[in-house]
Design a binder for this molecule. Structure first.
Ligand code: BGC
Length: 284
């Protein structure tokens, strides 16, 4: 093991989780950074083969580093570039998944972006781009997954025909001024997830969301990377610490596993209490 590997941030590869996902195959979208990266590592550590989806060619090196890291620790992963908002690219990604892994058992629809602006100056492009990646992207990947689960049929690896985890946000319920496009996309994810869960439950497909609060990633660096910002962020978090990507990744492994076999149509908030109306800690 090289020095750089032993100092890499994923605790999962250093201290492997129980192999809850042995023999299963996972697609994690937006997996070359942030929450998606931690989820991909954790899934690999739990015994799954992982397709590391990354959005643009510029992310190739990061995705390959991640794949190499997983392989160096005895896991199995490979990378595939695809813009999840483009139907033809998503369909092609599933063709490649069938070639590389035979099928897929778990989708983590994680890819997501922010393009923030005050409402009056928000461009149609900012609106469309966020909705396209965050909502349409999850729709396209979930639809191809359901089709693939049905084509493949039941296996010994899981009690479910397939599992879908939508990466939502506390902003599926918390309104967010200055981020109307983002909050609208996550509100959409909530009812897409629940409606789909209702539709496919009889097929033994489980569909759930994880709603992270403030997690330390590049997407929200401004909210945590100075002491002043961090202190102000703590006013919104009863648990008084920022979330780490591993907090979300652990939840994803468990939710995708048969340990959670009777759970469908639910959002699990991984937010240190951000959705508990922290303004009411005193008073009211
Ligand atoms: C956003 C972050 C934000 C967090 C809590 C997430 O969904 O992507 O930027 O810090 O919600 O507000």
């Amino acid at each position: 093991m090289t020095e750089s590997r032993s100092t890499l941030p994923s605790p999962f590869l250093k201290r492997p989780a129980p192999r809850l996902l042995a023999g299963q195959r996972v697609l994690v979208t937006g997996a070359s950074s942030g929450i998606g990266k931690a989820v991909a590592m954790a899934m690999a550590s739990a015994g799954a083969d992982v397709c590391v989806n990354y959005p643009v060619e510029a992310e190739l090196d990061r995705a390959m580093e991640e794949v190499e890291e997983i392989r160096a620790h005895g896991g199995n992963a490979w990378a595939h570039q695809c813009d999840v908002s483009r139907e033809a690219e998503v369909v092609a990604m599933f063709d490649r998944i069938r070639k590389e892994m035979g099928s897929v058992d778990i989708l983590v629809a994680n890819a997501g972006i922010q393009r923030d602006a005050p409402f009056e100056s928000m461009t149609l492009d900012q609106w469309n781009h966020v909705l396209a990646v965050n909502l349409t992207g999850q729709f396209l990947c979930a639809r191809e997954s359901v089709r693939e689960f049905r084509r493949r049929g039941m296996t010994e690896a899981s009690r479910a025909l397939g599992k879908i985890i939508c990466m939502s946000s506390v902003h599926e319920v918390i309104p967010w001024a200055g981020h109307v496009n983002y909050a609208a996309s996550k509100g959409g994810v909530m009812l897409m997830m629940k409606s789909l869960a209702q539709e496919v439950a009889p097929l033994r497909i489980r569909v759930n969301s994880i709603a992270p609060g403030a997690i330390r990633t590049p997407i929200n660096r401004e909210a945590w990377d100075t002491p002043e910002a961090y202190q102000s962020l703590m006013r919104l978090i009863p648990a008084k610490r920022i979330g780490e990507t591993e907090d979300v990744a652990r939840t994803a492994v468990w939710l995708a596993s048969d340990e959670a076999d009777y759970i469908t149509g639910t959002t699990i908030f991984v937010d240190g209490g951000m959705t508990l109306y922290p303004g009411f800690e005193a008073g009211g």
